[in-house]
Design a protein around this ligand. Structure first.
Ligand SMILES: Cc1cc2nc3c(=O)[nH]c(=O)nc-3n(C[C@H](O)[C@H](O)[C@H](O)COP(=O)(O)OP(=O)(O)OC[C@H]3O[C@@H](n4cnc5c(N)ncnc54)[C@H](O)[C@@H]3O)c2cc1C
Length: 346
């Protein structure tokens, strides 16, 4: 089958670049618009778990990612202010890699395969435009219900960890810490505040948590690397799937999953993989645009709806402060939540 129609991808984050690479493997002409330039730091825990790892393997990207500093994570540990959970092995190895490196590696690979990448170009397209895929990332939402959600990430040095991923539950959010290459760790927090809250502390003070807490002790000697600090606000963590949109969307543009799952990047990769076949068929004229778009929406809906439901429920529990100690004693006893959180679940 000869591909003739060009697929246009708007957004060169993980979903857009992975889709571009997968389509180029199939010989489909692709032009991709990215508003920003590579390399760039992103707000992200930089911890990839779940099925999306398989997508990277299928696309032959493992060797280049490991050469670029990706490392595997095998263990995790949860903390509250004063309680340490046991160290648990992850059901499957997760992958930790800086987004500064990852996005740039994928962009290079896309170009190497003959994709046309237009960096520094913000593109606006009509929702119904044929052949256009929106991989534009999160849909900004200043306020979700009572809360304003925001994320902060920084790289730091000289932090000894007790497991490959530490997840610290704090009063108004959580902070994950995972090992990267070059003795760096990623420190990334998701926080919420309501309108009555006073002025926010500095970004690194928020990441360090309350004095006296286990998180504060962990980060006491941290040297934060200023150039890596990023903030994002206006997150909408309420699930939405294909039927909710008239455009063809993948990745965070389709839906966001709570970050504690380490599954957002995975869903970006997976949605790209699910979109590849219908788009390749549209490109060579064996299916029309409406059909291709519907197939992508249905397949993503089927793949993600259960994950989104469970993640939403656990996320709500994590924010009930009084329940945090109970979660710490309950969670380690059962394999199922860990398999759900960090394995290749459907
Ligand atoms: C606090 C926090 C922590 C997280 N931690 C993790 C984690 O540990 N593990 C995990 O798996 N996930 C995590 N995530 C989620 C993960 O970062 C996202 O799911 C992932 O980045 C989604 O990729 P994407 O390609 O859909 O979107 P993005 O990576 O956001 O890419 C979208 C791209 O589109 C571009 N763009 C937007 N509009 C236009 C336009 N009009 N024209 C051109 N370009 C445009 C943007 O510049 C951007 O580069 C976290 C998220 C947050 C908020």
């Amino acid at each position: 089958m000869n591909s003739t129609r060009t697929v246009t991808i708007i957004g060169g984050g993980l979903a857009g670049l992975t889709l571009g690479i997968a389509l180029r493997h199939r010989g489909v002409p692709v032009v991709l618009f990215e508003a920003d330039r590579y390399p760039r730091h992103r707000v992200c825990g930089e911890f990839i778990s779940g099925r999306g790892r398989q997508t990277l393997t299928t696309l032959g990207l493992d060797p280049v990612l490991f050469e670029s500093g990706a490392r595997e994570a095998m263990t995790t540990r949860f903390f509250t202010r004063a309680i340490k959970g046991p160290i648990r092995p992850l059901p499957e190895a997760a992958l930790c890699i800086s987004r500064f490196v990852l996005d740039a590696v994928l962009a290079r690979e896309f170009r190497r395969l003959g994709g046309e990448l237009r960096e520094g170009e913000r593109r606006v397209c009509h929702a119904d435009s044929e052949g256009v895929v929106f991989a534009t990332g999160r849909r900004p939402c200043p306020k979700a219900g009572r809360w304003r959600w925001f994320g902060i990430k920084a790289h730091a040095r000289d932090i000894p960890l007790e497991s490959d991923l530490e997840m610290h539950l704090v009063a108004n959010g959580y902070v994950g810490i995972c090992r990267l290459s070059d003795d760096r760790v990623n420190v990334c927090g998701l926080f919420r505040r309501d309108d009555e809250a006073g002025a926010a502390s500095s970004r690194t003070a928020m990441l360090k948590g309350e004095p006296g807490s286990l998180l504060y002790q962990r980060l006491a000697s941290a040297e934060f690397l200023t150039e890596t600090i990023r903030t994002v606000a206006g997150l909408d963590l309420r699930p939405s799937l294909g039927g909710d949109h008239s455009e063809c969307r993948i990745g965070d543009a389709l839906t966001m999953i709570p970050p504690f799952t380490g599954n957002g990047m995975s869903m970006a990769f997976e949605s790209a993989e699910l979109a590849c076949d219908p788009l390749a068929q549209w490109s060579c004229g064996t299916t029309d645009w409406k059909e291709a778009r519907a197939q992508i929406a249905n397949q993503c809906g089927y793949a993600f709806h259960r994950r989104l439901q469970w993640a939403g429920r656990i996320h709500a529990l994590m924010f009930l402060g009084g329940l945090q100690p109970a979660l710490m004693t309950w969670l380690p006893r059962f394999a199922a939540p860990w398999d759900f959180l960090y394995s290749r679940v459907r």
